[in-house]
Design a protein around this ligand. Structure first.
Ligand SMILES: Nc1ncnc2c1ncn2[C@@H]1O[C@H](COP(=O)(O)OP(=O)(O)OP(=O)(O)O)[C@@H](O)[C@H]1O
Length: 272
């Protein structure tokens, strides 16, 4: 693998990108779990994916950064376009797709014994980027600031990532995702393991980040979807049928004037 040198003067700032999923169907071992789902996720904005358990939200999210294909027996059909370019183009490396479309998981997963500093830089090894000490220092500070963690950890960057609180660990994971300068950040229930204060902090971070990275978030928390997102898609899998998008649009419209009765019932807590 060839490596490139990271020079801060030549590194582009991350540019947000639109994600366009077209006719996505997905299967696990022949069992269809998503049926021709299409959704445009606008650049520089937050799109929330909502819906009852098991309707395929996480599967859809994993398809957006090519993690679905790593599951044995998993298959998919359809297209994912990142600013018009096919994420599944055979000539595109899977690591390249993941660099552009990062992911933050439900449970914070920093490398516990690795320092906070090295945790932030961990993704750079995968992209084979070499950098000077100064450049690394600057990048670590930049990413920790963007993740809203710098003030809490700046005096203990050499402490292990595992020594942080759950909410801090999740912000460390966000900083780690940002270090490879993704254009899209996927978040799969990023606050479900966190207390209300940490949840608020992550929500603030999402708001601050969304101007420079497109965000797609799965959440079961309807208030959270309303607080953080501008766009929303409601997924549903009825009576053993594969998941579909019942309705999508501006979050304000989805909550105030839903067009489908099932959307209204779900966002008002009448099922799910
Ligand atoms: N690795 C897997 N192997 C087999 N089936 C799977 C796998 N992952 C998910 N499924 C099935 O795919 C369907 C969609 O699951 P998925 O996790 O995408 O739903 P979800 O809407 O994200 O659910 P939740 O809100 O509970 O996380 C479910 O029926 C689930 O059982």
């Amino acid at each position: 693998m060839t490596s490139t040198t990271l020079d801060p003067s030549t590194v582009d700032s991350p540019t947000t990108a639109e994600l366009d999923a077209r006719n996505i169907s997905a299967w696990f071992g022949g069992h269809k779990v998503l049926d021709r789902v299409s959704l445009r996720m606008p650049a520089g904005q937050v799109t929330a994916l909502i819906g009852p358990s098991g309707c395929g939200k996480s599967t859809f999210l994993r398809i957006l950064n090519r993690m679905h294909e790593l599951v044995p027996g998993a298959e998919l059909a359809g297209e994912v376009l990142l600013d018009g370019e096919d994420l599944y183009d055979p000539s595109r490396r899977i690591t390249d797709a993941r660099r552009h479309v990062g992911m933050v998981f439900q449970k914070p997963n920093p490398f516990p014994a690795m320092s906070i500093y090295d945790n932030v830089l961990a993704g750079l090894k995968l992209t084979a980027v070499r950098a000077s000490r100064r450049t690394k220092d600057d990048l670590v500070e930049e990413c920790l600031r963007k993740a809203g963690l710098w003030h809490e950890v700046q005096t203990r960057l050499r402490s292990p990532g595992g020594a942080l609180s759950g909410g801090q660990q999740q912000r460390l994971c966000i900083a780690r995702s940002l270090a490879v300068r993704p254009r899209v950040l996927l978040m799969d229930e990023p606050c479900s393991a966190l207390d209300p204060t940490s949840t608020r902090r992550i929500e603030e971070t999402i708001g601050e980040l969304s101007t420079e990275v497109t965000i797609v978030i799965v959440t079961h928390n309807m208030q959270q979807a309303q607080r953080v997102s501008q766009h929303c898609a409601f997924f549903l899998a009825e009576q053993g049928t594969p998941g579909v998008i019942v309705e999508h649009g501006l979050t304000s419209a989805m909550f105030d004037t839903p067009q489908d009765r099932r959307t209204a019932d779900y966002v008002h807590g009448r099922f799910g």
